[in-house]
Structures are given as structure tokens and as C-alpha cells.
Design a protein around this ligand. Structure first.
Ligand code: GDP
Ligand code: IMO
Ligand code: MG
Length: 424
């Protein structure tokens, strides 16, 4: 079986935990898009891993890990992650494969990201400042891009970096009135990156196709969430890649039909980091309750996450464009103790009631959520392992979500730990 795990909201749905769990029955886990803007948490007993570039299967020593073509890779972040795992006696040698086509995020990308956000003031996107947008822009622009395969020829890379930095410095000084950067310094860093990472770099498309032929079970790990998709999300408040499942085939060169099951992960409520419309946001004591109880602070940036009610219009849209077979509903435990819960079943836009999500932010900004209100529960659910063990109000809440999104909820999250999962 090949699975693909996708976020159905604005990211941080709990994909890391789900991927780690499913990895137990997989041979290979593939990250195929995004970069170190992602922060995927895996909790094993008392140990917490925060992964940005390594696939979440990496904490299992027996799993093969692939970082595929469409990932934008910050070598410093990856090396730190490899070293952190090594400190916990988890090694990557011989089981991590990085695409030679993956684009490299360098210091000037992070700088550009930061300078642009600062210059935008209140119109900023609220990016993670990890250089994601600038690196993808260079990839599309082609002329000033560095790929992992370029580490194989340092002489050529040196000349390339000279030209790139010359170009970037014109922008830094003229547009942003900022200090120029030094090409030599960046090249020295690249030399050390090449030293560490060259042994991992291969043609991952060839590797994946051979693995499929050999009958290996592959798990594709999405990053970000479907509503942050560059083409189908809430543009411009999105990331710079196709973060819905539509990015999977393009991201790693494996056809979508090779995936047997698409699993969509959604929280039992909604969160968002950064700017952009969020119809069900609760900028009040309810949002605060969820933030504190659910520990809703960014894995990558530590920013407090904006919190709100479950938005069935948004999740239903993400499930449709992602061809989702089954939903994993995480953080049900976080809602324990709330007297009543709301599910947004439609949007009122002007005189019209809509159930199809308007990704266009001009329309989305005018959307007033139409809620269905349900009773909450007080019983602690953290130890539940079966659906029948959940309080009847919790069962009812899940069933209503299923009806609104038109998809089954196959797995429920009842806590951050690997084993805190309830199966239907
Ligand atoms: P990802 O980016 O989708 O992998 O999600 P993050 O790791 O950024 O954020 C999800 C957070 O929720 C992490 O702190 C997880 O440990 C935690 N988490 C995941 N599932 C559950 C759950 O069912 N209940 C609770 N309480 N926490 C969860
Ligand atoms: P995971 O994989 C939540 C958001 C940023 C910002 C917008 C653009 O952990 O779910 P970027 O740095 O990508 O240019 O920022 O996208 N964003 C995420 N939000 N989870 C993520 O990843 C995110 N990756 C990017 O907060 O609003
Ligand atoms: Mg995250």
C-alpha cells in the first residue's frame, strides 16, 4: 500500500504524528514539497522531535527517507537535524536520499524574505522567514538557481554563486537600502554543505520508481496545508508551493495513481499562523482556551497560532481538491471542557449561502460563518483507544463533521503521543 498524508487546513494539523505512526508499516517515507517552513512534531514517549526537512519517518531507524525534487532545502537546517538525531542515536547514513534536483535555500534567500516582509509593513504575508518564497522564485526564474546536484562541481558552483550574489546585491542595495552580501562567505558554507551532504544526493525519481517495481510500500508526506497551496489556497496568504496533494506527483515524479490511499489530516478545530482571512477565527477567550490547551504555538517560529472553530466548508474543499479517501481528526482532546462547540457548515456572502469554499480572498474576506452548535463534553478522552469509549457528545461531534465534509473520519487524535490514536 502507498499512502499520501496531506494537511486539510492551514498547516500544523498533526501530519508529523500521523506519518510517524503510518511509517511503522512502510518501507520509505518521502517529503516532496516545501522546505524548512514546515515543522512536524513526533512524540515518542517522553522524547519530542521537531522535524523541518527530514521526513517524519526518520525517527524510525529502519525507514528509508527521501527528500524529493520539489523540496527547497536549507542545508544548514538539514545538517542540524541530522546531528540532532545522531545525538539521540538515530543515524541517517545509507538510508537518506536527497534529490539532485532539489533547490538549495541559501542565506540570501532568507535575507530577501526578511527584507521583503519588513518593507511590506502591514501588508506582509507573515512568512516563516525561511527563504521559501525567494528560493522558489529563483527556481521558476531559472537563471540564478542552485540545486543540490551543483554541490558535485564546486568550481562551477563558485562561478555561479559569484554571478548570483552580484545580482542579489543590486537588489539588496538599490531596492532595500541594505548591506551587500559576500559571495566568498556563501561559497565557503557551500563547500562544507557539499562535504556533509554529497553522500546522500542521488536521482530520487529513479530510486522511487525502482522501489515501486520492487514492491516497496511508500508513504508520501505532505507539508503545509491545502489552504496554503499556491494555486488553490488563499492567495497571496499562501506558501510558494503546491501544498495540497496536487503537489505530490510533480514534487517527486511518481504518478498520483500510484497512491492507494490519500489521508487528509485536520484538527477538530482550526488554526492558522501568519496573515490572511480566517472566517471561523475566535480572537477571544475561546481561541485563547484552545491555544493554551492545545499548545498552539508554532513548531518552526514559536508564533502563537490563531485559533477558531472547525470550518467544514474549508475542509470539505481541501478534501475535494485532494481526492481524500479518509480523514484523520487530531486534537479532539483539546476540545474537552468546552460547554458547546460550533461547526461552520456554510458561509453567508452577501445574500447568498455558500458551501463551496471561495479561495479568492476578496470573497472569503466577506464570508460570515453559518454555524451548527453542538453540546461539548467534560470527560477526559486522553486514554480512549476505541470510538465507543468516547463520550456520546464527542462521537456525535465527529459524525456531524463527517456529514458536513462528506468523508469518513478513520482515525482520531486524542493526544500528542504516537499511540494516542483512536481507530474507527
Ligand atoms: P504538522 O506540521 O502538521 O506536523 O503539525 P505540528 O507538529 O506543527 O503541530 C501539531 C501539534 O499538535 C504538535 O505539537 C503535536 O505534537 C500535537 N498533536 C498532534 N496530534 C495531537 C492530538 O491528537 N492531540 C494533542 N493534544 N496534540 C496533538
Ligand atoms: P507545516 O508543514 C503552518 C505559512 C506561514 C505563512 C505562509 C507563508 O508545519 O504544517 P512561507 O514561509 O511558507 O513563505 O510562509 O505559510 N506556513 C505554515 N503554516 N504550518 C506550516 O507548515 C507552514 N508553512 C508555511 O506561516 O502564513
Ligand atoms: Mg507544523
Amino acid at each position: 500500500m502507498n499512502h499520501c498524508v496531506i494537511g486539510l487546513q492551514w498547516g500544523d494539523e498533526g501530519k508529523g504524528k500521523v506519518v510517524d505512526f503510518l511509517a511503522e508499516d512502510s518501507d520509505i517515507v518521502v517529503r516532496y514539497s516545501g522546505g524548512s517552513n514546515a515543522g512536524h512534531t513526533v512524540v515518542v514517549g517522553n522524547t519530542k522531535f521537531a522535524l523541518h526537512l527530514l521526513p517524519s519517518g526518520s525517527v524510525r531507524q529502519e525507514i528509508i527517507c527521501v527528500i524529493a525534487n520539489a523540496v527547497v532545502l536549507a542545508p544548514d537546517v538539514l545538517i542540524e537535524e541530522i546531528d540532532t538525531l545522531a545525538g539521540k542515536n538515530i543515524t541517517l547514513g545509507g538510508r537518506l536520499f536527497i534529490s539532485e534536483s532539489a533547490h538549495v535555500v541559501l542565506d540570501y534567500h532568507k535575507r530577501e524574505d526578511q527584507l521583503r516582509e519588513e518593507s511590506l509593513g502591514k501588508n506582509k504575508i507573515g512568512t516563516t522567514i525561511r527563504g521559501i518564497g525567494p528560493c522558489y522564485a529563483d527556481k521558476v526564474g531559472r537563471s540564478y538557481a542552485v540545486r543540490m546536484g551543483d554541490f558535485g562541481d564546486l568550481k562551477k558552483l563558485k562561478a555561479k554563486l559569484q554571478a548570483i550574489v552580484e545580482y542579489k546585491n543590486k537588489i539588496f542595495t538599490a531596492v532595500y537600502n541594505a548591506e551587500p552580501i559576500d559571495a566568498g562567505e556563501i561559497f565557503e558554507k557551500c563547500k562544507s554543505y557539499a562535504d556533509r551532504l554529497l553522500p546522500f544526493i542521488i536521482d530520487t525519481t529513479e530510486f522511487l520508481h525502482k522501489s515501486i517495481k520492487d514492491g516497496k510500500s511508500i508513504l508520501f508526506e505532505g507539508a503545509q496545508g491545502s489552504l496554503l497551496d499556491l494555486d488553490h489556497g488563499t492567495f497571496p496568504y499562501v506558501t510558494s508551493s503546491n501544498s495540497s496533494s496536487l503537489g505530490m506527483p510533480a514534487g517527486c515524479g511518481v504518478p498520483a495513481k500510484m497512491v492507494d490511499k490519500y489521508l487528509g489530516v485536520a484538527k477538530a478545530y482550526t488554526t492558522r499562523v501568519g496573515e490572511g482571512p480566517f472566517p471561523t477565527e475566535q480572537d477571544n477567550e475561546i481561541g485563547q482556551y484552545i491555544r493554551e490547551k492545545g499548545n498552539e504555538y508554532g513548531t518552526t517560529t514559536g508564533r502563537p497560532r490563531r485559533c477558531g472553530w472547525f470550518d467544514a466548508v474549508a475542509v470539505s474543499y481541501a478534501a475535494k481538491i485532494g481526492d481524500i479517501d479518509s480523514v484523520v481528526l487530531t486534537h479532539l482532546d483539546t476540545l474537552t471542557g468546552l460547554k458547546e462547540l460550533k461547526i461552520c457548515r456554510a458561509y453567508k456572502i452577501g445574500a447568498e449561502e455558500k458551501t463551496f469554499f471561495p479561495a479568492n480572498i476578496n470573497r472569503l474576506s466577506q464570508a460570515c460563518p453559518v454555524y451548527e452548535t453542538l453540546p461539548g463534553w467534560d470527560e477526559d478522552i486522553i486514554a480512549a483507544t476505541k470510538f465507543d469509549e468516547l463520550p456520546s457528545n464527542a462521537q456525535n461531534y465527529i459524525c456531524r463533521i463527517e456529514e458536513h465534509i462528506g468523508r469518513e473520519v478513520g482515525i482520531i487524535g486524542a493526544g500528542p503521543e504516537r499511540k494516542q490514536m483512536i481507530f474507527r
